[in-house]
Ligand binder design. Sequence first.
Ligand code: JFZ
Length: 463
Amino acid sequence: MKNKNHLILLSLIVSLLGTACSSKKEATKEEDQPIMETVNYLEESETAKAARMEWWKDARFGMFIHWGLYAIPAGEWNGTKSDNIGEWIMDHLHIPIAEYEKFAAEFDPVKFNAEQWVSIAKNAGMKYIVITSKHHDGFALWDSKVSEWDVMDASPYKKDILKALADACEKEGIKLCFYHSIMDWHHPDAQSVFEPNYNTGREDSVLSENFPRYLENYMKPQIKELLTNYGDIGVIWFDGEWVPEYTTEMGKDVYQYIREIKPDVIINNRVDKGRQGMNGMDKEGDFAGDFGTPEQEIPETGMPGLDWESCMTMNDTWGYKSFDNNWKSEETLIRNLVDIASKGGNFLLNVGPTAEGEIPAPSVERLQAMGEWMKVNGESIYGTTASPVEAPDWGRITKKGNTLYLHIFNWPANGKLDISNIGGTATKATLMADNSELSISDTSIDLPATAPDKVCSVIKVEI
Ligand code: JFZ
């Protein structure tokens, strides 16, 4: 077995180095660029990793979908309303497993329409979808052969939700990705002391000794199902890695296992224990996973030198809660997207569909507004890199080669946009809203009296 693994790893390294070698040939052609340091313990070169990450970095904007049995209680159980995130209701309201399992018999999302969900994401300007294949409650939204705790066996719906989504994504050219929780509150071998420890009946200090068996005989086979039966999966987005039973070594084994199944798949930093500050560096400083995952926040200075994605809710919960109506405004959502892109990150914006299978109307409305803005200004987000300078008072800057995109939040009252510190000398300025050329003086651009977009108007500047 060990030799087999070495062979597989060797073949993986050869294939990765093959990429590096081909780029080495290119490098030789284009002058002798040094082959960069390897970026992970699979000896992947920086060039090979950059090629693997390219679609994801260009995409910049994705839809997060938190959907599962927790949408049935929708934040309330036994007359008690949870004041926490909806998908944690089993833990926060201490619902025993046997009680929680009853939700499965009620799960019949007759209004679920995968094509509709994918077109909502596509029309918003989103390029990828990350859906909870299995959240902490362990319930699988696909027809898993290693479990009866799934939509096919345990619910009256009996359709493979992830297959429907995979087909719709394939048809619309949207990359399908899977969130997958390492922590599992349902599988007997995975019961962690961390939570919901009221389910285990064990003393807090007693770790689940069968956790390795859960990992080998259940979690990894389920991951393999997801990677081999649902098309060209872009990302495995792990979570729940904080349980004490899960170790860095397990994380590195899972990362290697996945890359051997699908070498081009991208894996987030939560595959390992190492997300101090969500930045992905593990304790030994050996970066596990491919990108950092700041949650409900936008790092002040981004994460220089790292690929990263900020994930956020539109209200205050990931999983649907019937009484959470604290929706962020369209202005906040659009400016968050711009702010994140100006710092070199991706924006993964969440929707929490109802038990019937509908994305809540307030989410749809906000996504439509974001789509309208992206139709006019998407070029200033897709495929851009971080601003070369600190954010100006009037807004944010993104960059693409010799082009800067000036995102104006605060339209100058004097009609002159200060460009004295934008990271280059402007030779041409175009207002993206109507493609009109604007006149440039040495340190400013003359603006029309009113902003074409009160949330964020964009000027394309050649430098
Ligand atoms: C995790 C999940 O628990 C949550 O339900 C949701 O899926 C989110 C995207 O990811 O949320 C966490 C997990 C751990 C911490 C914070 C949020 N933490 O350790 O601070």
